[in-house]
Design a protein around this ligand. Sequence first.
Ligand code: MRU
Length: 346
Amino acid sequence: MNLAPLVPHDDHIEVIDQTRLPFVLATLALRTLEDCAQGIETMQVRGAPLIGATAAFGVALAMAGDAGDAALEAALARLARTRPTAVNLHWALARMASRLRPLAASTRAAAAWAEARAIHDEDIAANHALGEHGARLIAERAATLGRPLRVMTHCNAGALATCGWGTALAPVYVAHAAGIAVEVWVSETRPRNQGLLTAWELGRAGVPHALIADNAAGHLMRQGEVDLVITGADRIAANGDTANKVGTYLKALAAREHQVPFYIAAPTSTIDATCPDGAAIPIEARSAAEVQVVHGVDGAGKPAQVTIFAGRCANPAFDVTPAALISGIFTERGLYPSTHITEALA
Ligand code: MRU
């Protein structure tokens, strides 16, 4: 796993511009609070854990210029408005606030950078740990079946969505590194096609995979072509209901019908103990323009987009999978039944 979506430098962070992937691999320097806020809003940085870490560095960059109380509160408020569903954003901001509010302004800049750095490093460690828990399950099932395990995922919950390793893909990477044969069904995840990011990173890592249209998932399960589903999460409510990229719920329904185990993988920073159930999770409504266009490359390999529909569209970006459809949730602390997920915070 050699993909580093966020690299902290002395006075800025360097991130991969995910709006240009998989066609162009380019990095961006985020030097200010506003750079970080806009990077999150435009989805140059995306994925719940990476959004949280970028927001933490956004606070730290603000403190480097003005570490007064008003600047701190303004930075927290600005970043909190960037995206609504991924709770890691609010988790990271709350952690920065409780670390920085009690401090004198003169010590805040250094403390803020250190705290953001800790959030970044802990995310990598947490994802690797949950990957080890998930890889044990992959190894057991592959051994029982005596053939490569076929895992289906949705959206991109790989290294790109985090500070490293990924969430849903961490078990795949750990298993692959241990020599366990695993193959991945990658759903394209319209409208933004984050499945292409998943295919791109699995390709770099040498993990066998195939891209499918989102609507192929039920058919493949019915044909017995899927052994396990693992997706990431943007927010897990106290009762285990889980918000993830829109389309996850349909996969969970099909998995239940076909007795395919359906797992979530997420660090504990994605659990929102204050949110009682899925009905209380805010679902981001994104621009109709995302549904209206398809991005690709032209004949010369240059990024291009085509409008496929100019009429009215609705674009809910996430959906909620009820806890009852979730076989278990991998966190850095182990595998938990969905309905007991708050025990992972104890
Ligand atoms: O809208 P995004 O791309 O920021 O959505 C987040 C996701 O990629 C997925 O929902 C993912 O499974 C959760 S983040 C590990």
